[in-house]
Design a protein around this ligand. Structure first.
Ligand code: FRU
Length: 463
């Protein structure tokens, strides 16, 4: 298998992948659609690729669900189960309620929102109607994220106006007829255009419902370049009102276009995943025959952070199920790692202490992670073939007042770091010159490490 092909992260069997699309649980499976070029490892002929999983980790790729068409690319969007067939897209005798996707058709200087439908629980798809359901005659207007808002008894869709740095909030009784209810923005990070909004509720530890608005910025992210910002606030069925300033959802370079799952079997559960990449250099990532990976699916929550709420992210609990035998990570002692082995590391850094993790291959140091002194710092070496790749990416750690927990997932070409109860996450691609074979911990941390069982097929003959 290719030395860079991830073992616990989703990649397409071959060719280009960017944003996750249409994340929905339907027909007994988790569906993952994604921006995909089925013809080449470049952005183009944009279609919705399709994979399903029983556990959010083991994915089976299927035929393209929504293929590129002569007149337009199929850009990003979302999907919902239309339980009551409000759309009328379900037919008498269908074995499943219709699953309805809303996506952006990106044509010549024109973007508008269209519907597609699956009548077999998400397995196969049809473009629903020839006409757009939401069209303002604009060149840039995209990435609808649609959800059922029970309290107001309607569908809501948040759709981005990239150039205006605004999110339109639209309401509909039937997914066909949409009315603008409000606009959010410009506010927070506005250096770059906005893309891929999401709006969803979370419950605080003391049982209050709060809403989170998320949108990505194309420039001016926490490490320069692309990034994801969010606000916590209230949503009354028409207007989102932030109650605190914008915060970064992730402090690395490689977390973009995250959206949350719809219709999860456990209604209190909120899971999202992102494209693990940056538009700064996505087109130069030297992997073959695939290009582009997703982050791990992450469980979301809210936790207090000073006088504000912080979004918390932790790898989905299903990841615990692929942990293999626990190994100790003893400060100062190298742990040898089989090339290609994915690792799940957990540490507790005592107050005033620090942890330094070094990841080495035969070629040298491939990444260093330091936690302590109020910050988390990841360093990755530069690469001549990927402009802007090398760098030092720092994130502030919330004042600990005690131990700081740290969880690090290493896969062949990425590091995802979660700290302080998931209040801080930092996601970076790695492009090691050779596979990581040694991990060293220095400092005062207590530690454990679990090798992870590979979740992807071993594609024979892949270089
Ligand atoms: C975000 C994005 C979206 C668009 C899609 C096109 O990465 O630019 O705004 O719908 O990718 O592939």
């Amino acid at each position: 298998m290719s030395t860079l092909r991830p073992r616990v992260h989703f990649t397409a069997r071959q060719y280009w992948l960017n944003d996750p699309n249409g994340l929905v649980y339907a027909g007994g499976a988790y569906h993952l659609f994604y921006q995909h070029n089925p013809r080449a490892a470049e952005h183009g002929y944009m279609s919705w690729g399709h994979a399903t999983s029983p556990d959010l980790l083991t994915w089976t790729e299927h035929d393209v669900a929504l293929p590129w068409r002569e007149r337009h690319d199929v850009f990003s969007g979302s999907a919902v189960v239309d339980w009551a067939n409000t759309s009328g897209l379900g037919r008498p005798g269908d074995p499943h309620p219709p699953v309805v996707a809303m996506y952006t058709a990106a044509g010549y200087y024109h973007q508008a929102q269209h519907l597609a439908v699956s009548r077999d629980g998400g397995a196969t798809w049809d473009f629903a109607t020839p006409d757009p359901v939401l069209d303002e005659g604009k060149q840039d207007f995209r990435d609808p994220k649609t959800f059922r808002h029970a309290a107001s008894g309607q569908w809501i869709s948040v759709v981005v106006h990239p150039d205006e740095r605004q999110i339109g909030v639209y309401g509909s009784p039937d997914l066909h007829v949409w009315r603008e209810l409000s606009r959010f923005g410009p506010v927070g990070g506005v250096d770059g255009i906005w893309e891929v909004p999401d709006l969803f509720p979370l419950t605080t530890p003391d049982g209050q419902e709060r809403w989170v608005m998320k949108v990505d910025v194309f420039a001016g992210g926490p490490q320069g370049g692309t990034g994801a910002q969010y606000w916590v606030g209230d949503f009354d069925g028409a207007v989102f009102t932030p109650t605190q300033p914008a915060r970064w959802a992730d402090w690395g370079k490689d977390f973009y276009a995250a959206i949350t799952y719809s219709d999860l079997p456990d209604p209190g559960r909120r899971v999202w995943l992102a494209w693990m990449n940056s538009w700064d250099y996505a087109k130069a990532i030297p992997t073959h025959p695939w290009r582009g990976a997703m982050t791990l699916p992450r469980e979301l929550g809210l936790a207090p952070d000073g006088t504000e709420w912080a979004l918390t992210q932790t790898p989905v609990r299903e990841l615990d199920g692929v942990r293999q035998e626990r190994r100790e990570l003893i400060p100062g002692q190298d742990v040898e790692v089989t090339p290609g082995q994915a690792l799940d590391l957990e540490m507790t850094v005592p107050q005033g202490g620090r942890a330094i993790l070094t990841f080495r291959s035969e070629a040298g140091v491939e990444a260093t992670l330091r936690a302590g002194g109020g910050e988390l710092v990841l360093e990755r070496p530069a690469r001549a073939d990927v402009p802007g790749f090398g760098g030092t990416h720092a994130a502030p750690l919330p004042p600990a007042g005690g131990d700081t927990d740290l969880r690090v997932i290493l896969d062949t070409c990425s590091l995802e770091v979660f700290a302080a109860g998931g209040r801080v996450s930092l996601t970076d691609l790695l492009l090691p010159a050779a596979p990581v074979t040694r991990v060293t911990l220095d400092g005062e941390a207590r530690r454990a490490l679990w090798p992870l069982r590979p979740c992807v097929p071993d594609w024979e003959g892949e270089e």
